[in-house]
Write a protein that binds this ligand. Structure first.
Ligand code: ZN
Length: 223
């Protein structure tokens, strides 16, 4: 490699960053890979609702894949490890983490009810870690995997990215309701038009489908 090539080569990173521990003490981590100085900062969250884990292998494939030179990619494979362990939507205290974020948060239902939003915004360690990470990184694009409506959110996120993603993975774009206290809704108040939901189909993704979704994210991080 010549000196000129060396100076033009982008120094990419790959590091695992502990964010904290869940209510029951399970570690929650982020993997940062790519170019930390890139203007394009992409956050991928594989699983928020514990009974919707199909995005986890997609997140794992991304974290194990090549580090993009033109983006700073952040991968949180599971934000709700206690919910995954018990295959329940909420965290160990029965809070729906996707109703626990500050944007338009409101009390709703009793503890343990399906969409219980917690006693106050960011009352749960899991949502607090995500909020801390989002405040620090300020992702220009956020992709949050859920199940099982099999659509790509076409509401508040980056329109062109949402629609290309939908085409790439073969899901229809659809306007989803932005629920009070949702993670993407809050992220979009910090960085307007940045975050969107991908509703995967039910069940597990095939290995081929995992590759297709990971490739669709890589197109977002590509040059
Ligand atoms: Zn969900």
């Amino acid at each position: 490699m010549t000196a000129a090539q060396q100076s033009s080569a982008v120094a990419t990173v790959r590091r695992t960053i502990p964010l904290g521990r869940s209510v029951q003490g399970r570690p929650i981590t982020a993997v940062e890979l790519g170019n930390p100085r890139a203007n394009r900062r992409v956050l991928v969250v594989g699983c928020v609702h514990g009974n919707e884990p199909a995005g986890v292998p997609v997140a794992d494939a991304l974290a194990a894949g090549s580090a993009p030179a033109s983006a700073d990619l952040w991968v949180v494979r599971v934000l709700n490890p206690d919910g995954v362990a018990t295959q329940t939507r909420g965290n160990a205290r029965g809070v729906d983490l996707n109703r626990n974020f500050p944007a338009r948060w409101r009390p709703d239902g009793a503890p343990g009810s399906v969409h219980y939003p917690g006693g106050r915004p960011l009352s749960e360690p899991e949502s607090l870690y995500a909020a801390d990470l989002i405040r620090r990184v300020r992702p220009t694009i956020g992709v949050w995997f859920h199940q099982e409506t099999a659509v790509v959110d076409d509401s508040e996120g980056p329109k062109g990215v949402e629609r290309r993603f939908a085409r790439d993975v073969g899901l229809p774009p659809r306007k989803l309701t932005d629920h009070p206290g949702s993670a993407t809704g809050w992220e979009n108040t910090l960085v307007r038009g940045s975050a969107f939901v991908v509703e995967l189909p039910g069940g597990r993704l095939s290995a081929q489908a995992v590759r297709r979704y990971a490739d669709a994210v890589r197109r977002i991080t590509g040059p």
